[in-house]
Design a protein around this ligand. Structure first.
Ligand code: NAD
Length: 402
């Protein structure tokens, strides 16, 4: 059919999404990052002549699809042509794209973030202002595929496709149309399951708990003397009782936020914002040798075998990379959202406060200061306070909840 698709970004996910959708739809790619768009366009050209050869995508079935994207650009006015806009770019960049599209985007456009992380709907509403009601914001819980480019700008591979994936639509009135359209783009798998609301997607975000929690559990001053290590420690298999305690603390505080919202908004459905242990049972059933506790679910998960902490080699040893995306992305666009909402709801968050304080020290940023989400770098986060929301009533209005 006549859909026009715009994919944002230029990394693994954006290259895969662009080449997949371009096989069946008029598909553009936009990157606002440095001269990535021009470089990508150049990369698609043949080696010996200037003929554009397009992109080749290898599916997880082994089949190859060759496609020709309509164009690559850094000009945001292209967003005015799009029926569907896909953000397949790390979450710290979402706001930049929303801001750039605001003058051009047309009513009825579906804007999907894969993945949204937390508070994507709030950021979108604040950047799209009066236009937000005419658009559909779709928050995906994760990326539909595990994927990599193999030759930058030219060849990419899907290593695995999820069977099912949750997505929520704001406003609710546009949900069926948006989900059906996105399912058409993705094909049969993953099956897109409609989650009741974007707050559920935000609070479900497992990355906000797992990544900062395991980093804190291993590298906080109680557990690490600051010296280099001779080996890279295991990330998931290395979760001990102390780290499990941190993860349970974070997960319980997320649950306390959920219960508080439900107590204030009768009938509001946060079923998808489950505990971290439940998330493991739902996502990895059968792949964990013992799933009786959170710690064992992580230690015995075959999907995680051998995965280590992000480390940098230093003088023949290893030091933790405490600026890695597990802190640099998952704290600002994950945990900071939930901590900021907890503050509006007056839910205590002692574990989140410890973990955010640890992370911001290593990142050289200030999010939390004197117990408030009011640090100098708050604008880089998804905390509701970053877009000037300072009461639960304002939050519910922005989230179209009450
Ligand atoms: P990636 O690291 O390949 O993305 C890099 C891209 O991000 C760059 O090409 C550029 O377009 C953009 N970018 C980088 N630095 C920037 C900056 N300073 N300013 C603006 N833009 C910048 O990431 P990816 O693998 O494509 O993943 C995209 C998202 O999907 C991430 O949130 C990732 O965690 C998630 N994810 C990826 C996979 C996967 O298999 N690739 C799986 C699950 C989830």
């Amino acid at each position: 059919n006549g859909l026009t698709v715009l994919v944002c970004g230029g990394g693994n996910a954006a290259q895969v999404a662009t080449s997949m959708f371009a096989a069946r739809y008029e598909t553009y790619a936009i990157s606002l990052y440095a001269d990535e768009a021009a470089n990508w366009k150049q990369a698609m050209k043949g080696r010996w002549h200037d003929r554009v050869e397009g992109m080749e995508l290898t599916l997880d079935t082994g089949k190859k699809v060759v496609s020709m994207p309509a164009d690559m650009t850094n000009d945001p006015s292209i967003s005015g042509k799009a029926d569907v806009i896909i953000l397949a770019v790390p979450s710290f960049a979402h706001g930049q794209y929303f801001e750039a599209f605001y003058p051009y985007i047309k009513p009825g456009t579906i804007v999907a973030c894969m993945p949204a992380r937390s508070g994507g709907d709030i950021l979108f509403a604040s950047k799209m202002k009066e236009k937000a009601d005419s658009l559909a914001f779709v928050g995906f819980e994760t990326l539909p595929w595990a994927c990599r480019f193999t030759e930058w700008g030219k060849r990419a591979t899907i290593l695995g496709t999820k069977g099912q994936i949750l997505a929520a639509v704001t406003p609710e009135s546009k949900a069926s149309h948006a989900i059906a359209t996105l399912q058409g783009l993705l094909g049969v798998f993953p099956e897109v399951l409609k989650s009741p609301n974007n707050l559920g997607i935000s609070l479900r975000n497992p990355g906000q708990v797992i990544h900062p929690g395991v980093m804190y559990g291993r590298w906080c001053s109680e557990k690490w003397d600051g010296q280099k290590l001779s080996e890279k420690p295991l990330f998931y298999q290395g979760v001990d009782d102390f780290t499990e305690g941190v993860l349970l603390g974070l997960s319980d505080e997320v649950q306390a936020v959920c219960r508080k919202v439900e107590s204030l908004v009768s009938g509001f459905d946060l079923k998808d914002a489950c505990t971290l242990h439940q998330w493991y049972l739902d996502s990895y059933k059968g792949q964990m040798a013992d799933d009786s506790t959170l710690k064992l679910s992580m230690n015995t998960n075959s999907a995680y075998t051998g995965l280590t902490h992000p480390m940098k080699e230093v003088d023949g040893g290893f030091m933790p990379d405490l600026k890695y995306r597990y802190l640099a992305e998952d704290v600002p666009t994950g945990l900071c959202f939930t901590r900021g909402l907890a503050e509006l709801l007056e839910v205590p968050t002692p574990t989140m406060d410890k973990v955010i304080t640890f992370a911001q020290e290593h990142l050289g940023k200030s999010f939390l200061t004197d117990g408030k989400m009011a640090g100098a770098n708050i604008g880089e986060t998804r905390a509701p306070q970053a877009v000037g929301i300072n009461s639960k009533e304002e939050f519910f209005k922005m989230a179209k909840i009450a």
